[in-house]
Design a protein around this ligand. Structure first.
Ligand code: ATP
Ligand code: MG
Length: 353
């Protein structure tokens, strides 16, 4: 990749504060490594909704289709219902562009305190199924406003959908410590989860060199807290992966550093890179949000675009700045601003790539 065209959606709340820091650091790395990036800014989100009654234009998906990647901040604000903001912007992008892998690294950095007493080294990936599963539109309410009122919400798992995300997870495990953990709940959810387990065993047949284990989601969350250093790659359905990827970053100090990549591994469509956290209305507009989740998402974007060196330089810069103990934002125990931490990382990339 000597060049790439990126669609940027800052979105809402702290998205508007952390995205400029992400762009700044990715640009710094691009300059050092001779990559020519074009950034197309799209003002989509809840402000767009207030002006025009929708989260993005009707032809929004077409507008971003021609890009190499999407760099997104956070979507959601109290003025628009969560369901609307999620299902008319994020979900259509994830599903239309077949971003069926949501890849979320979890790492404990030197310089960031974990709430756990003796966590050891923590460095693993969560591979969350991102296109189907528990987050489905199938279901509904019956007999409203009567004593018989009931709701049904169906989970949709397909063989195709399970196999492709599991294959991705096995291949990732093969590049790492060759250990893959699957999250299940087949003792309580007796149709979909046994199917998930069945597909996990079937796909495992193609990867005899990978050690596998599976845990019910309840005990797995306990293991995340008791022995997070024992994990290498964890594969989970949409809902379980969502829960685990808020827990993982909490164990490594703060959700503010956690990145994520919504990947279309075949590269037929643009992939999307966004921090795990949301728009954080409680701290928005104060210049205190941690920009590292956004910046690290930028590194994942460069890696996906083929610029491994530039991606590595950003992660190394994050490591150095955190280890120095300076320029930490309040969520990491410091009192630096969003812009100061972003600038420190951009400088670290430029000066010692
Ligand atoms: P979503 O529904 O979009 O996942 P959420 O309601 O789960 O959003 P977040 O916006 O992720 O919530 O915020 C959860 C908590 O974490 C809030 O207290 C918020 O201030 C804090 N937080 C989130 N992101 C950051 C960040 N980058 N830096 C510091 N604190 C953060
Ligand atoms: Mg959340």
């Amino acid at each position: 990749m000597p060049s790439a065209k990126i669609a940027v959606i800052e979105g809402d709340g702290i998205g508007k504060e952390v995205v400029p820091e992400g762009v700044k650091v990715v640009e710094a790395a691009a300059r050092v490594f001779g990559i020519d990036l074009t950034w197309d800014h799209l003002d989509w989100g809840c402000d767009h909704h207030a002006r025009l009654g929708r989260m993005m234009p009707e032809n929004g998906l077409d507008r971003i289709a021609g890009h190499d990647a999407i760099f997104l901040g956070a979507i959601g604000w109290p003025t628009v219902s969560d369901v609307e903001s999620l299902w008319t912007l994020l979900m259509p992008i994830r599903r239309n562009f077949q971003q069926y892998v949501n890849l979320r690294p979890v790492r404990l950095f030197d310089g960031v305190a974990s709430p756990l007493a003796r966590p050891g080294a923590i460095d693993f990936y969560i591979v969350r199924e991102n296109n189907e599963g528990e987050y489905s539109e199938v279901g509904g309410r019956m007999f409203p406003d009567t004593d018989q009122e009931m709701v049904i919400q169906d989970t949709v798992l397909t063989r195709f959908g399970c196999d492709r995300v599991m294959k991705f997870a096995f291949e990732l495990a093969r590049k790492r410590k060759r250990r893959l953990t699957s999250a299940t709940k087949s003792n309580g959810i007796i149709h979909t989860m046994p199917f998930w387990d069945e597909r996990f065993r079937a796909v495992a047949g193609d990867f005899p060199d990978i050690a596998t284990e599976q845990y019910h989601i309840d005990i797995l969350t306990a293991h995340f807290v008791r022995r997070p250093s024992s994990f290498d790659v964890v594969v989970a359905s949409n809902l379980f992966g969502d829960i685990l990827s808020d827990l993982g970053p909490a164990v490594t100090g703060t959700i503010g550093i956690a990145p994520s990549a919504n990947l279309n591994p075949e590269r037929r469509f643009p992939s999307m890179f966004e921090p795990v956290h949301g728009s954080a209305p409680d701290i928005a507009g104060k210049n205190i949000a941690n920009p590292i989740g956004q910046i690290w998402s930028g590194a994942m974007m460069l890696e996906h675009l083929g610029a491994k060196d530039a991606a590595g330089a950003i992660v190394a810069a994050i490591e150095r700045v955190l280890a120095s103990g300076e320029n930490l934002t309040p969520d990491m125990g410091g009192n630096a601003s969003t812009t100061a931490l972003g600038q420190a990382i951009a400088d670290a990339v430029s000066i010692h790539p």
